[in-house]
Design a protein around this ligand. Structure first.
Ligand SMILES: *Cc1c(COP(=O)(O)O)cnc(C)c1O
Length: 422
């Protein structure tokens, strides 16, 4: 278990706060984030970079907001000196509202709208990552129209298999992301001659929850080779954005070694002498969050025992979407795991299943459980499916907790809708 969460007298705590206290005050389901664990995760990455790279070549760490874009989390990241990688106009506004310096904001994604692009230019963000020829045309036209220089990088699709779940692979030739090297070369040459366009370099991001360093090695090698070719052709190159993708331990997988990752950067990227950008998401928030939930019913059939929780796939979709495995712990843990349960939510979908045949202690209705490692792609992927209000979010620090998102209620949701008076 991550150090931000502790078992004290058999009771699960977050930064010294008993989870039952949070459940009593805020209800369930509720996301709980440990700020000390966030600190530790960021420091872990920074210190690996400090060990591998000279002080003058430390990377810009742009936290991938889509992993967890709560303002409280983003503000905490800003306080740790991080920038942001955003993939929508909404995330850009969130990052700015949280106090992240626009000079540290990177805008990625395949479908930026005209409004997104103009908003990014007017905010003078650090870099827009270009993912297609028509997008380059659109960015150039808007920059010239409003007279603000667009700082851009081209997202390279290196055709590397990230060896992760198919739904979170982004760097294969047949994925929608990025451009092939042979397609970037003419666009790059063309873009450097355009007014109001400043071409900074390349970006690459091959997927998420990578557990092996090999795909990174392959992607960084290909990126470096292509960067060398651009420079040899007399083109300017000032930055390389290496994306995110570092995996965490959910079950028994081996997480990639950060020192090994940093060494790859030293070996393959540092010699190019450019500014280095990293975009980690999951690595920084994944193990710093849990989803606190209560057992609503124990349902027994002739063949199975179901734990029906008050949290569902609308709160945490990863098991349904990616077949993801999450550790599930009783908040009060004083018995042996000698029962097998199927752990399910209340949503009317068979996919609303958190675990099958999970060994847990004998439990009762009303018991509090923690679904661990839910800090990344948890709340940020939640929905109101089945008219279920969005859960609360809480942050802990030194024996205290603060609500960083109020639980929604159904009245709030209904207010957004209108019955047409034809
Ligand atoms: C999602 C994403 C990231 C972050 O990925 P993680 O696996 O959470 O580190 C970084 N860069 C881009 C462009 C992304 O789309």
């Amino acid at each position: 278990m991550a150090a931000g969460f502790q078992t004290i007298d058999q009771i699960l705590h977050a930064d010294g706060v008993a989870l039952a206290r949070i459940a009593d005050t805020c209800g369930t389901p509720c996301y709980v984030y440990s700020s000390s664990q966030l600190d530790q995760n960021v420091e872990g990455l920074k210190s690996a970079m400090r060990r591998a790279l000279p002080a003058s070549d430390q990377p810009l760490i742009a936290f991938a907001c889509k992993a967890n874009s709560n303002l409280g989390i983003l503000h905490h990241m800003a306080g740790l000196g991080l920038g942001a990688d955003v993939v929508s106009g909404g995330e850009m506004i969130r990052a700015q509202a949280a106090g992240i310096d626009p000079a540290r904001i990177i805008f990625s994604g395949v479908g930026k709208t005209d409004e997104d692009i103009e908003q990014a230019l007017r905010a003078h963000i650090a870099q827009i990552n270009i993912e297609s020829a028509p997008e380059l045309e659109r960015v150039t036209a808007i920059a010239q129209h409003i007279g603000i220089t667009a700082r851009i990088a081209f997202r390279l699709n290196p055709d590397v298999d990230a060896q992760t779940h198919a739904k979170i692979t982004t760097g294969k030739e047949d994925n929608k992301f990025g451009l092939a090297a042979q397609d970037i070369a003419p666009l790059y040459r063309h873009a450097v001659q355009r007014r109001f366009v400043d071409v900074l370099g390349l970006s690459v991001h091959i997927g998420s929850q990578l557990t092996s360093l090999e795909p990174f090695r392959e992607a960084f090698s290909k990126t470096a080779a292509f960067a060398r070719q651009l420079v040899a052709d007399g083109l300017p190159l000032r930055s390389l954005d290496l994306g995110g993708g570092l995996g965490i331990v959910y079950d028994r997988e081996q997480a990639p070694c950060l020192d090994g990752y940093a060494s790859l950067i030293r070996e393959l990227i540092l010699p190019l002498g450019v500014k280095i950008i990293l975009e980690p998401g999951r690595l920084l928030v994944g193990n710093a969050g849990l989803l606190l939930t209560r057992v609503t019913y124990i349902k027994k059939t002739s063949t199975r025992q179901y734990l029906v929780l008050d949290a569902g796939m609308n709160d945490l979709v990863r098991p349904a979407l990616y077949d993801a495995w999450h550790e599930i712990r009783p908040v009060v843990d004083n018995a042996t795991n000698n029962e097998l349960y199927d752990v399910v939510g209340p949503v009317c979908e068979t996919g609303d299943t958190f675990a099958r045949d999970r060994a847990l202690p004998p439990l009762q209705a009303g018991t509090l459980l923690a679904i661990m490692n839910a800090g990344a792609y948890g709340f940020s992927m939640s929905s109101r499916y089945n008219a279920r209000p969005l859960p609360a979010e809480v942050m802990t620090r030194n024996g205290h907790f603060r609500v960083i998102r109020q639980r929604e209620n159904v009245r709030d949701i209904l207010k957004e809708e209108t019955i047409p008076a034809w």
